[in-house]
Write a protein that binds this ligand. Structure first.
Ligand SMILES: [Fe+2]
Length: 337
């Protein structure tokens, strides 16, 4: 549905010719627009910083910065702002170029007030329509994404609940990984979100491993180990649809078992070749494993996990992340006995 245009849409008119500006201004006002008229781009930018406008009408040939340059500037600042270019008949070539640069319309002077008003109105409506369309599209995409995430999360839960030793494992790893990620310098919100999703889903590929291997109490033989080590690749396969929205997540999941010294799997990456999220999860995962009860031993205290992670700095773990782990240790989930 097209949003209702406010009663008096505000037009910013940039025209250096007084007579022309006066004519246009009066015409637009009579058609129900509120008009702020300025003579050059400098003043236009000043007004734009102070007020909000629904549309810009600008002459092409202006003193100082020209209309086409102004348009390119506006497209960078406010891509959705309707922009109409007024031009003399000798400027048609530049005017055509300005359509390529994103002008909604160009009008050759002299323009009758009636034509200008209806073009301005149409430009506003078109922009609102396209905004509404992209919002609808985004909403539909978001719902699909949320449904997918719920689905895969349900699989992880089902997988972990089957075994009392791994219950809530991924949730705890995600909690610890996010706490650590927030302390990494230069980390932005999106990166933290991807690490959280990567941690929540890091072991989803285990769904592809036979339960006889996954829950085997005794020692695994070589073939069984080989199969277990395939779970990051299975995980990436399952999570492929996420790649469109969170491209980093697939890399994080694929490499969560890579070691700092290059002796991990599946690709033997080392050091900073390993995605940062995977390096963080490697520590968070170890912490949860040490601090959880296993069939063959009780959960160990936080200090034991710290000791193991410190000793593995530079071999298994990224040494620059170990101090961050130490810093957040008091906030990490308590061991589960
Ligand atoms: Fe894993």
């Amino acid at each position: 549905m097209i949003q209702k245009i406010p009663n008096k849409p505000a037009v910013l008119l940039v025209e250096d010719d007084y007579e022309q500006a006066d004519l246009v201004q009066r015409g637009l006002q009579q058609s129900g627009f509120r008009v702020a008229a300025v003579r050059d781009v400098r003043s236009a930018l000043h007004r734009l910083a102070l007020e909000s406008f629904e549309v810009i009408v600008s002459d092409l040939s202006l003193p100082g910065m020209k209309g086409d340059e102004f348009l390119r500037h506006i497209r960078q600042m406010e891509p959705e702002m309707p922009f109409l270019m007024l031009t003399g008949s000798q400027d048609v070539k530049t005017a055509v170029q300005s359509m390529h640069d994103g002008a909604d319309e160009y009008l050759i002077k002299p323009v009758t007030p009636g034509t200008l008003s209806s073009k301005v109105r149409e430009a506003i409506e078109r922009r609102q329509q396209s905004l509404a369309d992209s919002k609808r599209y985004l909403n539909a995409e978001m719902s699909r994404l949320i449904a997918f995430l719920r689905g895969v999360h349900a699989i992880v839960n089902a997988l972990e609940t089957k075994c009392r030793y791994t219950r809530d494992h991924s949730k705890k790893v995600a909690q610890s990984a996010v706490l650590m990620a927030r302390h990494v310098p230069g980390m932005d919100k999106m990166a933290v979100r991807e690490i959280r999703i990567g941690a929540l889903l890091h072991d989803i590929g285990k769904i592809g491993i036979p339960l006889t291997i996954l829950h085997k109490v005794g020692k695994l033989d070589d073939a069984e180990w080989k199969e277990i080590k395939r779970h990051p690749e299975y995980g990436v396969n399952i999570l492929k649809p996420l790649g469109r929205y969170y491209p980093e997540v697939l890399g994080i999941v694929r490499h969560e078992h890579e070691r700092w010294d290059g002796r991990g799997y599946p690709d033997g990456l080392s050091g900073t070749e390993i995605p940062l999220g995977s390096r963080i999860i490697m520590i968070a995962d170890t912490y949860d494993a040490v601090c959880s009860t296993r069939p063959y031993r009780k959960a160990l205290p936080k200090e034991a996990a710290l000791d193991i992670i410190r000793k593995g700095a530079g071999t298994q773990f990224d040494p620059s992340l170990v101090p961050i782990f130490e810093k957040v240790l008091p906030e990490l989930p308590m061991p589960r006995y």
